[in-house]
Design a protein around this ligand. Structure first.
Ligand code: PLP
Length: 479
């Protein structure tokens, strides 16, 4: 297929040319009716903020320009069928789980999944078995479960229908075992679903890690808006299998998404696909070289180092930076200098670079040098010393109560010291690696409590636990 084509975007241009006046939604009338002061800024985008009128196709029953644009997407990624999503990978995760599974099914799920995966499990009333991620000893980050953990879980739960994994992690780390895991799980008859939110650009080839689409994952969701030049909320869902029918995916998408899909978002997905398709080896090398040079110059700033794993793959577009101060304070310095990182944790700040060699790297470096000037002290050893000892969770574990039960049970708050053997009614996540120590619905073990204590001593920040309080508490179910 001709990947230079952009059928959806072109149809919108024709629409803007032909239309005398909008007699349909949206109410801004192609931008003519709008809050005056903001009109100049919004105008050009509002002109293509159309709706499903003649010539612009029907998103849920696409046969025209949306179908053509999605066929180009499937052609580029080499899939059976691919879809534009207008509510991010969040809805993609919900939809793929709904399409592939039935209520009550047993599923093997990476424990440190995005909350949309947890919501999908709950929505579908599935019976999850959680698989703990390894902790990379060099960085303390969690790339996903090992092949040994996955194999053991498949042996222990032969009734499991699917394996749900995240790849790469937020920091761009790509599990070295992923290809083997997918192959093995498929051999054993499991459907493999992958949240590849941060890997939409991986099909551009080396030096990017390999996409799980190439490894044979059955359904894959990618946030085009995270690493491709697409608008926020724009994602792709790919069917890479005969085992899940397009009708099932389409029914789930229609149920979970808006009935008024955003044309600017969809057009940006069409254009992001064409942008990626135009990226030949030479363009990819130019980007990789530019980033490598940028990283080298960044590492020359006194006190600054770039975290990397000797074991797992790393997406060059993600830079995980550490220094003599906690990640949060490095982030504060950067913001004062006019640079907003993607995120910070107690150890690192994370930058996401563009799929483009024309980023103003010199200007960025100049601002960073200024931000980090005068920092002194040892580069933080991060998790080198204590990474593996902070591993808190059993490699394979089930919930003590089902999702439906959770909704009706009463809760109470108890001191953490009195929580042993109770069932947690909240999830506790220390950062990094952002891996839950304790999941909502899990029975609290001595191992959990020891791990939480170790994290607190290490000065970790938590979601779901007031670590600063004199006596930490935990919300539990009254059983
Ligand atoms: C691993 C992962 N999955 C899913 C999501 C949700 O993606 P979206 O923002 O496209 O809905 C995110 C967002 O941060 C994510 O990091």
């Amino acid at each position: 297929m001709n990947q230079k084509q952009t059928p959806l975007y072109d149809a919108l241009l024709q629409y803007t040319d032909r239309q005398i006046y909008s007699l349909h939604v949206p109410g801004h009338k192609d931008g003519l009716t709008f809050f005056h002061r903001a009109q100049p800024r919004f105008q050009s985008l509002l002109q293509i903020d159309a709706t499903e009128i003649e010539g612009l196709d029907d998103y849920y029953h696409a046969t025209g320009v949306i179908a053509e644009a999605q066929a180009l997407l499937a052609d580029l990624y080499g899939t059976v069928k691919s879809y534009f999503l207008v509510n991010g990978t969040t809805v993609g995760n919900l939809a793929m789980v709904k399409a592939a599974l039935r209520p009550g099914d047993r599923v093997l799920v990476q424990r440190d999944s995005h909350k949309s995966i947890f919501n999908a499990l709950k929505l579908m009333d599935l019976r999850p078995v959680f698989l703990a991620s390894e902790i990379d000893p060099d960085t303390g980050l969690a790339p996903g479960p090992s092949k040994e953990t996955v194999a053991a879980a498949i042996r222990r739960y032969p009734d499991a229908k699917a394996l749900i994994l995240t790849y790469p992690n937020y920091y761009g780390m790509a599990n070295k075992d992923m290809a083997e895991i997918i192959k093995f799980a498929k051999q054993k008859g499991l459907i493999v679903l992958v949240d590849e939110a941060h890997g939409a650009h991986f099909i551009a080839g080396k030096p990017f890690p390999e996409s799980t689409l190439k490894m044979g994952a059955d359904l894959v969701v990618q946030s085009a808006h995270k690493t491709l030049p697409a608008m926020t909320m724009g994602s792709y869902l790919h069917i890479n299998t005969e085992r899940v029918l397009p009708e099932a995916v389409e029914a789930a998408l229609e149920m979970l998404q808006t009935s008024s899909p955003s044309y600017p978002i969809m057009a940006s997905l069409d254009l992001a696909r064409a942008y990626l398709a135009a990226m030949d080896d030479e363009a990819v090398s130019a980007i990789a070289d530019r980033i490598a040079a940028f990283k080298e110059q960044l590492s020359d700033i006194p006190g600054i180092a770039i975290a990397s794993s000797r074991v797992h793959g790393q997406d060059p577009l993600k830079i995980v930076l550490r220094g003599p101060e906690p990640g949060f304070s490095l982030q504060e310095r950067l913001i004062k200098a006019g640079l907003y990182p993607e995120m910070a944790d107690p150890f690192y700040v994370l930058f996401i670079l563009p799929l483009d060699d024309r980023a103003p790297f010199e200007r960025i470096l100049q601002a960073m040098r200024q931000a980090f000037a005068g920092m002194s002290g040892e580069k933080t050893a991060a998790f080198k010393a204590n990474g593996l000892s902070l591993r808190s969770d059993a490699p394979i574990g089930e919930l003590a109560v089902g999702f439906r039960e959770m909704d009706v049970l009463d809760k109470e708050t108890v001191p953490l010291s009195a929580a042993l053997d109770r069932v947690a009614a909240e999830t506790i996540i220390p950062y990094p690696p952002g891996v839950p120590v304790l999941l909502n619905g899990e029975r609290v073990t001595a191992q959990h409590l020891e791990a939480i204590a170790r994290w607190r001593t290490a000065g970790a920040k938590f979601h779901g636990l007031d670590a600063e309080a004199a006596e930490a508490t935990l919300t539990v179910y009254k059983l």
